[in-house]
Write a protein that binds this ligand. Structure first.
Ligand SMILES: Nc1ncnc2c1ncn2[C@@H]1O[C@H](COP(=O)(O)OP(=O)(O)O)[C@@H](O)[C@H]1O
Ligand SMILES: [Mg+2]
Length: 318
C-alpha cells in the first residue's frame, strides 16, 4: 500500500483562499479528496464547517458534501448534456423543484458569464468556458467551501487569469472559502492569502503568501518561488564593487515611496541601483532592489539602520 499522506495537520480559516503547492505525486489531490471524503484517511479527523466529516454516516455525509463544491483540471462535465443541464445536475440530485432549479441556474449563468451559452454542449465551448460551467455547477447548492484541483492547469495563461479573477470574485463577493491545489507558483501569487508546500506526502512549509515568498525556508519552496521571482541573483554580490551591496525588499505602499532616496540623502553617501523589480502579490505591491552604496562605513551603517527602522527589509551582501 502506498502511504500518500503523512502527518498532515492543516487548518483553513473561513474566507481564506488557501493554496497548496507541490510537484506531481506530492499528495495534493489526495489531500483535497480527503476534505470531502472522496478519499477516507486511514487515521485522523477531517472537520469542515464544524462537522466531523470522518464520523458521519453515508446519508449525513452526502448532505454535508453539498456544502463543499469541487472543480477539476479536466472539468469533468457531462458531454451529452447542455450547459444548463450540467449546472442543474447537482440540484436535481438534491431534489430541488423545477422552477427553483431554473431560477438558480439563471443566477449561476449570470455569475460565471455564460448567459449566451446556456444551450450549448461542452464540445462547443472553449477550455475557459468549460471551467466556468464547472464553477457554476460546483456553486449550485450554495456551498461554503470550494475545492479546486489544478483548475487552471489545462488553460492558457490569459484564460487562467480570467478564471483566477472569477475565483477571487467568488471568494470576496460570496464569502466562499477556497482551497486550491496547483503546481504553479504564479497561481498562488495571484489570488492566495495562505499557502502550504507539500513534498513526499508531507507539508514542509506554510504561512502567509507574502512571508513564504519573501523568506522561503525549505528547498522545495525556494524552487517554487524561483519559478516566478525576478529576485536579483547572487552574481552581483560576487562581482567587484567598490561600495557596499545591499539587497532591499519593499512590501506594501512603501514600494512606491522614495524611502531609499530620503534615507541616503540624510548622509554624504551616494547609491547606484544595480537591479530592481516591482511586482504585485494578490493586492499587495512589493519590490526588490540591488543597490550599491558608496560612502563611509559610518554612513553605510546609518543607512541600513534607518531603512530597517522604516520597515524595509535589508540584507547586506558585501
Ligand atoms: N488510487 C491510487 N492508488 C495508488 N496510489 C495512488 C492512488 N492515487 C494516488 N496515488 C499515489 O499517491 C501519491 C500522491 O498522489 P496525488 O495525491 O495524486 O499527488 P498530486 O496530486 O500531488 O500529483 C502518488 O505517489 C500517487 O502515485
Ligand atoms: Mg493531483
Amino acid at each position: 500500500m502506498t502511504e500518500a499522506l503523512t502527518d498532515i495537520e492543516l487548518t483553513v480559516e473561513k474566507g481564506d483562499i488557501f493554496g497548496v503547492i507541490g510537484h506531481s505525486g506530492a499528495g495534493k489531490s489526495t489531500l483535497l479528496r480527503c476534505v470531502n471524503l472522496l478519499e477516507r484517511p486511514t487515521s485522523g479527523k477531517v472537520v469542515v464547517n464544524g462537522k466531523e466529516m470522518t464520523a458521519l454516516r453515508e446519508k449525513e455525509l452526502q448532505q454535508e458534501r453539498r456544502r463543499i463544491g469541487m472543480i477539476f483540471q479536466h472539468f469533468n462535465l457531462l458531454s451529452t448534456a447542455t450547459v444548463t443541464d450540467n449546472i442543474a445536475f447537482p440540484l436535481k440530485l438534491a431534489k430541488w423543484r423545477a422552477p427553483q432549479i431554473k431560477e438558480r441556474v439563471d443566477e449561476l449563468l449570470e455569475l460565471v458569464g455564460l448567459r449566451d451559452h446556456a444551450a450549448k454542449y461542452p464540445s462547443q465551448l472553449s477550455g475557459g468556458q468549460k471551467q466556468r460551467v464547472g464553477i457554476a455547477r460546483a456553486l449550485a447548492t450554495n456551498p461554503d467551501v470550494l475545492l479546486c484541483d489544478e483548475a487552471t492547469s489545462a488553460l492558457d495563461p490569459q484564460t487562467t487569469q480570467s478564471i483566477l479573477q472569477l475565483l477571487q470574485d467568488i471568494n470576496e463577493k460570496l464569502g466562499i472559502t477556497i482551497l486550491l491545489i496547483t503546481h504553479e507558483m504564479h497561481v498562488i501569487r495571484s489570488i492566495c492569502n495562505r499557502v502550504a508546500v507539500m513534498d513526499g506526502g508531507r507539508i514542509v512549509e506554510r504561512g502567509d503568501v507574502l512571508d513564504v515568498f519573501l523568506k522561503p525556508q525549505h528547498p522545495v519552496t525556494r524552487e517554487f518561488v524561483g519559478q516566478v521571482s525576478e529576485r536579483p541573483d547572487g552574481g552581483f554580490a560576487s562581482a567587484r564593487h567598490d561600495g557596499t551591496v545591499l539587497r532591499i525588499q519593499f512590501v506594501g505602499e512603501s514600494t512606491y515611496e522614495p524611502v531609499l532616496y530620503e534615507v541616503v540623502r540624510e548622509t554624504d553617501a551616494t547609491f547606484a541601483i544595480l537591479q530592481g523589480t516591482v511586482s504585485r502579490m494578490k493586492n499587495t505591491p512589493y519590490g526588490q532592489l540591488l543597490v550599491e552604496l558608496r560612502g563611509t562605513s559610518g554612513d553605510t551603517d546609518r543607512i541600513v539602520r534607518r531603512l530597517r527602522e522604516r520597515g524595509v527589509d535589508v540584507e547586506v551582501m558585501s
